[in-house]
Design a protein. Structure first.
Length: 292
């Protein structure tokens, strides 16, 4: 099995840099990614991929192997170069040691949305918390932990919002609202606010907070700076599913982001190459206030 998966890695690397669309038809993701890059006057000049088996299970005569592939794309755009990385989880199915199917796991598929929950930014009359938001520290944290988990914090099965909250806190944003889970933005011991760990709740908090961590919603991604936050509603149904933090800019000043759940770094902000993307996607762009 390992030899067949390794052969797949090598073929996929070739697809990303090949000019042949016939090859790309065997791996649509490569074709899609190249098309999106071309729209930005960018191209992949080199790809590396390493794989790791996560779990093997046997179901009758079928052996199912869940594995992760760490892709690194060296991207050239308008004379500039940057490295994008992502961890793609996949599942391969084998019959008598022959690979019969291989597909990407969409980390957002079949996920039951959390029940509606109240999110209160703060109580009326509550005093503001003085702080300075250090964007560099927030970005450094996002770079350090984009593909691993800081043992100083709780890890969640769906970790995207928890990761963004960690980045904001490490940048100096103060917690407030403990111990009310519906109030403020906080993590303590084995408890946390909804806004700390739930994507839609963080979006609501950033829209309404007037104490401690605060943000201003802007209308376009190019208005964002490093350390700012983008929220994603993949289905366009008003319930936001995912959050990222801006960690870089491309040659035209558009955001590149880091994230958990689908662990990635320096990824183009629009997520059009994601298996979770739909034509109905909606975004919210939050510029974090530098302090008060």
């Amino acid at each position: 099995m390992r030899e067949q998966l390794q052969d797949l890695f090598e073929k996929r690397i070739h697809y990303f840099v090949s000019e042949s669309r016939r090859l790309d038809s065997f791996y649509p993701k490569a074709e899609k990614k190249k098309e999106l890059l071309a729209k930005r006057s960018a191209e992949i000049v080199k790809v590396t991929a390493t794989g790791k088996t996560l779990q093997e299970t046997v179901e009758g005569e079928i052996t199912k192997a869940q594995y992760a592939v760490h892709f690194q794309y060296l991207i050239k755009q308008n004379g500039h170069m940057y490295l994008e990385e992502e961890i793609e989880e996949r599942v391969g199915r084998f019959f008598q040691d022959e690979l019969i199917s291989d597909e990407e796991i969409n980390p957002f598929a079949d996920r039951k949305p959390p029940e509606d929950m109240p999110v209160f930014a703060e109580s009326s009359g509550e005093e503001r918390l003085s702080y300075q938001y250090n964007r560099l520290k927030a970005v450094q944290y996002a770079e350090r932990w984009w593909n691993s988990y800081n043992p100083a914090y709780k890890k969640f099965d769906v970790d995207c919002t928890n990761f963004i909250s960690q980045c904001l806190h490490e940048g100096g944003a103060p917690m407030n609202g403990y111990p009310n889970r519906s109030k403020g933005w906080w993590l303590r011991d084995h408890n946390w606010s909804y806004s700390w760990a739930v994507a839609n709740a963080l979006r609501l908090y950033l829209s309404n907070s007037r104490v401690g961590l605060r943000a201003r919603e802007v209308s376009s991604p190019e208005q964002l700076s490093l350390g700012d936050v983008i929220c994603y509603d993949f289905q366009g149904d008003g319930r936001f599913d995912h959050n990222t933090i801006v960690t870089g800019k491309d040659a035209y000043g558009m955001p590149l982001v880091n994230a958990h759940t689908y662990n990635s770094r320096m990824r183009y902000w629009a997520y059009e190459d994601s298996s979770a993307y739909t034509p109905n996607i909606k975004y919210k762009f939050f510029a974090i206030y530098d302090g008060q």
